[in-house]
Design a protein around this ligand. Structure first.
Ligand SMILES: *Cc1c(COP(=O)(O)O)cnc(C)c1O
Length: 217
C-alpha cells in the first residue's frame, strides 16, 4: 500500500469542489501521518474515543470528521475540536451536540443522515422527517449547530442500478432543500461507489480502504 500514491490517484479523479475525506478508522497514527505528509488534511473516524486519541497525537490543522453513528454520551469527547458530524440521525442527538457546542463556545457543523439503503442496519431520517425537523421550533432554537447538508450510505451491493437509484434519490432531495436551508454539502460515496456518487452531486467522498488498504476487523 502506497498511501501517498493512492491519495494522488484518487485526488486526480475528483472535481475541484469535492472534499476528499480519508477514512482512517482502525488505522494507526503512523499511517495517518503518512497521508498528512502527503498533504491530506481531512480525516474521517467512526468512534469518538479513537478519534480523540488521534486528534491528541496529530497536528492541530487537521479537520476531523465524525462519519459513524454517534451516541449521545460520546458527543462531549469530540465537541471541543470536531470539524463536521456527518451522521446525525435524531433531534435528541442534535440537542446534545448543541449543548456541548455551547459549553465549548462554538458552533458545530452537522449533516443530517438520510436513510437511503435497503438495509435495516443503516441509520438515518426519512425525507419527511427531515423537512419536519428543519421547520420545527425546537430545531430553530438550537443556536450552536449549523446544518451544512445531507449524508447518505448506499446499500452494500454489487447491483449498480440499486446504488445509482439511491444516490439519485438523495441528490433530488438535497436539491429541494439546499437553497431554502443554505445547504452546501452532500456526503455520499465510499471506496466502492464514489465515482457513481460523484455523478449524483457528491461534494464529500469518504474513502478508507482505497487509501489505507483493507481493514481487518
Ligand atoms: C468505513 C466508512 C467509510 C469508508 O469505507 P471504505 O469502503 O473503506 O472506503 C465511509 N463512510 C462510512 C460512514 C464508514 O463507516
Amino acid at each position: 500500500m502506497n498511501i501517498k500514491q493512492n491519495l494522488e490517484t484518487i485526488k486526480a479523479s475528483l472535481p475541484g469542489n469535492v472534499t476528499l475525506i480519508a477514512v482512517s478508522k482502525t488505522k494507526p497514527v503512523i499511517q495517518i501521518r503518512e497521508a498528512y505528509d502527503a498533504g491530506q488534511r481531512d480525516f474521517g473516524e467512526n468512534k469518538a474515543q479513537e478519534m480523540t486519541k488521534k486528534w491528541e497525537e496529530m497536528p492541530k490543522d487537521i479537520h476531523w470528521h465524525m462519519i459513524g453513528h454517534l451516541q449521545r454520551n460520546k458527543v462531549k469527547y469530540i465537541a471541543p475540536y470536531v470539524h463536521l458530524i456527518h451522521a446525525v440521525d435524531s433531534l435528541k442527538l442534535l440537542k446534545e451536540i448543541n449543548k456541548q457546542a455551547q459549553k465549548n463556545n462554538r458552533i458545530i457543523n452537522c449533516l443530517l443522515q438520510v436513510y437511503i439503503a435497503k438495509e435495516e442496519t443503516k441509520f438515518g431520517f426519512d425525507p419527511e422527517e427531515i423537512t419536519q425537523l428543519l421547520e420545527s421550533e425546537e430545531f430553530k432554537n438550537l443556536k450552536h449547530i449549523r446544518i451544512k447538508g445531507l449524508m447518505g450510505m448506499a446499500t452494500f451491493t454489487e447491483n449498480k442500478s440499486q446504488i445509482e437509484s439511491e444516490f439519485h434519490f438523495i441528490k433530488s432531495f438535497f436539491d429541494q432543500l439546499k437553497n431554502k436551508y443554505g445547504m452546501t454539502e452532500l456526503s455520499t460515496g465510499m471506496s466502492g461507489d464514489y465515482t457513481l456518487a460523484l455523478q449524483y452531486g457528491s461534494t464529500m467522498v469518504r474513502i478508507g480502504s482505497a487509501i489505507f488498504g483493507e481493514r481487518n476487523y
